[in-house]
Write a protein of this length. Structure first.
Length: 198
């Protein structure tokens, strides 16, 4: 990768900062693709590929819009994501039976919570604040919040059309876990802020 980045820098005159951004982006994409591929293989071999897809699609749509807990190390992120998917696909649907009428108010609470909290990340750097301010000025922040709300709304509509579907209950739990993750992120940010002040 270094060879390609050096070639791009020489050919197009990119600054060192731009090359660092490219390296960061490529590394992130490579890590996400590798994790997704490993998860895909695991859930395929365990006979839960459709459930995995019904978990990963809303997960990606929500994470790219509202963020959540992020880890600096690949393996920490891998383990967290794996546990997250195991909870959504295997553990929660099997251990907690949800009455269809309870799904809708819970999804409404999740949609409103995601809208109010997101986007949220534990990264508390000036660059992140500047990027967030820029998004607010460009109107992107409201758009991202609305898109997150719509993702949860689509899950609710699909569940309404096909209540009790074994695949959609996985999407439901994915939304719930994502919302819990956002709330935890918000609490952790408040604790960090309190520790800095105190």
């Amino acid at each position: 990768m270094e060879y390609l980045l050096n070639k791009v820098q020489k050919e197009y005159g990119f600054s060192d900062y731009q090359i660092r951004l490219l390296r960061f982006s490529f590394t992130g994409i490579l890590y996400d693709v590798s994790k997704t591929l490993i998860f895909f293989i695991f859930f395929y071999l365990t006979g839960k590929l459709p459930e995995f897809l019904f978990a990963v699609v809303p997960l990606i749509l929500l994470r790219t819009r509202t963020g959540g807990i992020h880890f600096r190390k690949y393996w920490t992120c891998f383990v967290f994501s794996f546990i997250y998917l195991l909870l959504a696909v295997y553990i929660l649907p099997e251990s907690i039976t949800m009455h269809p009428l309870m799904v809708y108010p819970i999804l409404l609470i999740c949609a409103v919570t995601d809208y109010l909290i997101g986007p949220s990340s534990l990264k508390d750097k000036a660059v992140m604040r500047d990027a967030l301010l820029k998004e607010v000025q460009n109107g992107r922040l409201r758009k991202v919040k609305m898109e997150s709300f719509q993702v949860v709304l689509v899950v609710a509509i699909l569940y309404f059309l096909v209540p009790g579907n074994q695949y959609l209950i996985v999407s439901f739990w994915t939304v719930v876990l994502h919302t819990v993750q956002l709330v935890i992120t918000m609490i952790m940010k408040e604790v960090k802020r309190y520790e800095k002040v105190g």
